[in-house]
Design a protein around this ligand. Structure first.
Ligand code: IPD
Ligand code: CA
Ligand code: CA
Length: 272
């Protein structure tokens, strides 16, 4: 079933509008990005706040009773529905003019994610999933395409992705990178958790792992992977809880877990 419910249409339109706003910062007459430090290596820009305000305003207007959790601090209390939003996932890329970043919008109903939209504005790709309705990709003016995870069955035949949360990466998690580089066809860091998850759903990437992510980074993308037939767990193989995420096509999940376990037992959130 194509994602045509009112919530899916609302969130897809809003993600596209947000993405277009982000792209205006990459044009010739681009406004000043006003890049500020959030931590020693972590940046935020004017656009992160503008898009968050745009999304919060539209949600308040359309669904006054709904809650909202968004990365830059907007918190609305609400009824059984709550939106979980990363207005700009891939801020480091954006700040440096690398056109690989996303808008991530998810909707929870009584704590369960029921809708996920990841918008990749520079390619005008919209990844949409509704629980039970499959995962879909729409491109500019194009039809909706049903997404399915890849068929890769070995690490040797797999293209993997990961992300590094700057100075927060533990020595043990850093050690996983060369292990996977040696085991797989390639390891990419495209700079956006939401895009990585959308790409696992689309079968472009066979597995993605990253420790210490937040709800807004992954809420939409996890549903995309699950609805595309993939598997998402914590990096120790238990049900996803900690933010240390392993998402795969399912077929190489055990092999990924085996490599991760070779660096020792884990207890969540990028734990050493
Ligand atoms: C970051 C991106 C990046 C990942 C970081 C995230 P932000 O989100 O998803 O790919 O490696 O862990 O924090 O800060 O650009 O929204
Ligand atoms: Ca993010
Ligand atoms: Ca962000």
């Amino acid at each position: 079933m194509k994602p045509a419910t009112p919530f899916a249409t609302f969130a897809s339109d809003l993600a596209r509008e947000s993405g277009a706003h982000l792209m205006s910062y990459l044009s010739d007459a681009a406004p000043e990005k006003d890049i500020r430090l959030k931590g020693p290596t972590d940046v935020v820009t004017r656009a992160d706040h503008e898009v968050e305000a745009l999304i919060a305003g539209r949600i308040r207007e359309a669904f006054p009773g709904h809650g909202l959790l968004a990365e830059e601090g907007t918190l609305l209390k609400g009824d059984e529905y709550r939106w979980v939003v990363d207005p700009l996932d891939g801020t480091a890329n954006f700040a440096h003019g690398v056109p690989w970043f996303a808008v991530s919008i998810a909707l929870e109903h009584r704590g369960e994610v029921v809708l996920g939209v990841v918008q990749h504005p520079s390619l005008e790709e919209t990844f949409v999933a509704e629980r039970g309705g499959g995962a879909w990709l729409s491109t500019r003016d194009g039809p909706f395409l049903r997404l399915a995870v890849s068929a890769a069955a070995t690490l040797q035949a797999s293209l993997l992705a990961t992300g590094f949360a700057g100075g927060q990466l533990s020595a043990r998690d850093a050690a996983l990178v060369p292990r996977f580089v040696r085991a797989a066809r390639g390891v990419r860091n495209l700079g956006s958790a939401a895009i990585h998850l959308g790409y696992v759903a689309a079968g472009r990437i066979d597995a993605y792992w990253e420790p210490a992510l937040h709800a807004w980074d992954i809420a939409a993308g996890v549903l995309l992977v699950e609805e595309a037939g993939g598997r998402v767990t914590d990096m120790d193989g238990t049900p996803l809880r900690s933010g240390d995420v392993l998402a795969s096509n399912g077929r190489i999940h055990a092999a990924m877990l085996e490599v991760i376990a070779s660096e020792g037992p884990r207890s969540g959130r990028g734990a050493r």
